[in-house]
Ligand binder design. Structure first.
Ligand SMILES: *Cc1c(COP(=O)(O)O)cnc(C)c1O
Length: 393
């Protein structure tokens, strides 16, 4: 099929919830991906931080294909090996106690929200169900995750939101103290706001969150759906701040391209959900878990150090590009702002024309390359960005 034919079918039959970039991708390897017209692109998107091992990693593809030929799905009524192994690896890596497997980020957050409410209800009764989250946050598109999301423009046509969510402005100690009423059971936070523009927090603010939530037994839920699984050069970005969440949600990078989400529980709250209290038909899918097991095996300490080291170098290079006014993020997750009249959208489009795929986050350019990217490939992308910025300025 040509690009035009695919685009036509897509526009005729698919609900237009996404404004797609004008490309049909057909195959990829490593950090390069081809479109339907045979043009190759260097990839700084990783499918929005999903393809952590790049496109079609050999070991990952072999494990996934092998599992697809052995056992594709059993339901959660049976024990299966890939999920049990993956849960062990996730707990050992993070110091958490138990895992619940979901199929996406939003679903992982739904599980976290239910668990936090259940934990609090068992211990304190029913009037302690409010979840605080941060203005400009993104926690997903399902109704409770959307209610937790701190962006009114995403909620406005879908009222009523689920009750029991309150948003507080980032970095504001007074607002945090005021919001911590007797009705609050948990605080949900992305260590770096991803969709919101790749915005980290001050370490002091994170320390304050821990110091005010802990004595009140308010659970800290770290939404690490975008920041987790090595993206920032740490397995969890909570480590960047010394934050010790009670619940961590993962998704995007965990399966390196297969739909999987996970909710990780510290031992303090790992018995909050019991039999029949939560579930999902597709959760702990053996094929997705087989892919995620390869990701977990590859992301050893040396791999993460390499991500951190490449990231520090990349940060310096990005900050030195012409017309770049601000760079924020960590590891291989960066957001860039530009001096007017240059817009992130124009940079993204012009970079794509020159063979480099980038993302946007609100008004910023967002870069989430595969974690396996080499310095040579980063350099190549930087040089395209340099050309684009010189042209646009
Ligand atoms: C992407 C994302 C989600 C939602 O994940 P889906 O898999 O799209 O449901 C939730 N939280 C954060 C921080 C995300 O980046």
């Amino acid at each position: 099929m040509t690009f035009a034919e695919t685009k036509h079918l897509d526009e005729q039959y698919i609900m237009p919830t996404y404004g797609r970039f004008g490309l049909c991708l057909t195959e990829g390897k490593g950090c390069r991906v081809k479109d339907a017209e045979g043009k190759t692109y260097l990839d700084f998107t990783a499918g929005i931080g999903v393809n952590s091992l790049g496109w079609c990693d050999d070991e990952w593809a072999a494990a996934v294909c092998k599992q697809a030929g052995l056992l594709q799905h059993t339901s959660n009524l049976f024990y299966t090996q890939p999920g049990a192994l993956l849960a062990k690896k996730l707990c050992e890596r993070t110091g958490m106690d138990k895992v619940f497997f979901a199929n996406s980020g939003a679903e992982a957050n739904e599980g976290a929200i239910k668990a936090a409410r259940k934990y609090s209800r068992k211990k304190y009764g029913k009037d302690r169900s409010t979840i605080l989250s941060i203005t400009n946050s993104f926690h997903g598109r399902t109704m409770a995750a959307l209610s937790a999301t701190g962006q009114t423009e995403l909620q406005k046509d879908f009222d009523p939101m689920v009750p029991g969510f309150r948003h507080i402005p980032a970095g504001d100690a007074t607002a945090l103290a005021t919001a911590l009423g007797p009705d609050v059971c948990a605080l949900m936070i992305e260590p770096i706001q991803g969709e919101g523009g790749v915005l980290p927090f001050d370490k002091e603010y994170m320390e304050m969150i821990e110091s005010v939530c802990r004595p009140r037994d308010i659970l800290i839920i770290a939404d690490e759906i975008q920041t987790g699984v090595g993206r920032t050069g740490h397995f969890l970005a909570s480590s960047l701040y010394g934050l010790h969440p009670d619940i961590v949600t993962l998704a995007k990078g965990l399966g390196s391209g297969l739909p999987i989400g996970a909710v990780l529980f510290r031992d303090t709250c790992s018995d909050s959900l019991g039999k029949g209290e939560h579930g999902t038909t597709f959760g702990m899918n053996p094929i997705c878990c087989a892919g995620a097991n390869v990701v977990m095996d590859r992301l050893d300490e040396a791999f993460l150090e390499d991500v951190a080291e490449k990231g520090q170098w990349f940060h310096k290079q990005l900050a030195a590009l012409p017309s770049v006014t601000q760079v924020s993020g960590a590891g291989l997750m960066w957001g860039l702002s530009f001096a007017p009249p240059i817009t992130a959208a124009s940079v993204r489009e012009e970079a794509q024309n020159r063979g480099l795929l980038c993302l946007l986050a609100k008004s910023r350019l967002r870069l989430l390359p595969p974690l396996i990217i080499s310095k040579e490939e980063l350099k190549e992308g930087l040089s395209i960005l340099q050309t684009v910025l010189e042209k646009l300025s």
